[in-house]
Design a protein around this ligand. Sequence first.
Ligand code: AMP
Length: 393
Amino acid sequence: MSVITVKDLDLKNKRVLVRVDFNVPLKEGKITDDTRMQRALPTLKYILEQEGASLIVMSHLGRPSEEREPQFSMKQLEAHLAEIAGVPVTTAPDCVGAEVEAMAAGLKAGEILLLENTRYHNAEKKNDPAFAEQMAKLADVYVNDAFGAAHRAHASTEGITKYLPSCAGFLMEKECMFFDKVLEAPEKPFVAIIGGAKVSSKIEVLESLIDKCNTFVIGGGMAYTFLKVQGYEIGNSLFEEEFMDTAKTFLANAEKAGVEVILPMDHVVADKFAEDADAVSVDEINIPAGMLAMDVGPKTIAAVKDRIAAAKTVVWNGPMGVFEFDKFAKGTAEVASFVADCAGTTVVGGGDSVAAVNKFKLADKIDHVSTGGGASLEYLEGKALPGVVALRK
Ligand code: AMP
């Protein structure tokens, strides 16, 4: 099901309020990575090009309290936004209230009013309807381009859609388009590569994809709970005892559904979890006592390579090993390069696999690298994202 976009609504002479994810990293008031701002730029520019349209931009930034600590002020983004958008930007003293309403009413076409941090109000996270209604008073149309915040039902992402005609920006549209494509009508073979530290944070993704995909590749620390329930020795590798039954049930359900599950069949291990630990190859499934798995080995990598090469759809969430340490990054680096080379539709979501793809400079060879860690995870879990529901056609 697709979403209503800025192209579906008439924005001529309208005041348009856009929720973006400008939660950028800052150091001493300076932006250290403006990727999130750049990603929203096509939507902002499109709105500014509509005849007579004026633009109000809002976002959260960090985790401030109602004390309004200045290190979370949106004012710090004003100059950079003006530079990349190429239009004058004024920062409002707040995101609601009479003074801001007057500023919005006086806004000229082709200008941007940047609202102050939405999280300076506790009402934002509480999705307080009165607060959402106050925000809605500022504009004629609401656009949500903040995929990274779409899994949260906040006033600026969900509440406000009850009071204004609402649609998605281009970034939100692209995110929804790719996730809908792989979840609703994936071309087969569909390979899901799920890694990362914990079974607990990924099990819902595994369960949700069981009747959709042909092959699961399970790597990273979470794989060792699955190996343990199969009776293998895992040494000191990551292990979640309370998820043993869940892992067992998942493996049984996958078998029943005829879904292949590839778990690590060889490993790179160490005697301690440390960057300077010696990397030791283990050429079998069992891991020696006292050692812990840090990465997958070459046999596992070769098996994964074949599946990805043949896939028409690949979804990847979570690294295959401790890729932050160079000695243990090979499995993740190789998987990233196979996904980049895959001719099918490739989607990477989740903070750490996105970080890996960026680390290995492969992002532009992947069809879609999601901008939302939590949001992409919940999408893959089959959950309806509150910030997306109201934008559906
Ligand atoms: P997640 O946020 O659940 O996707 O987990 C990502 C983290 O899992 C990364 O920081 C990896 O270093 C870590 N990780 C991957 N493989 C392992 C492993 N075998 N043992 C411990 N941690 C791992």
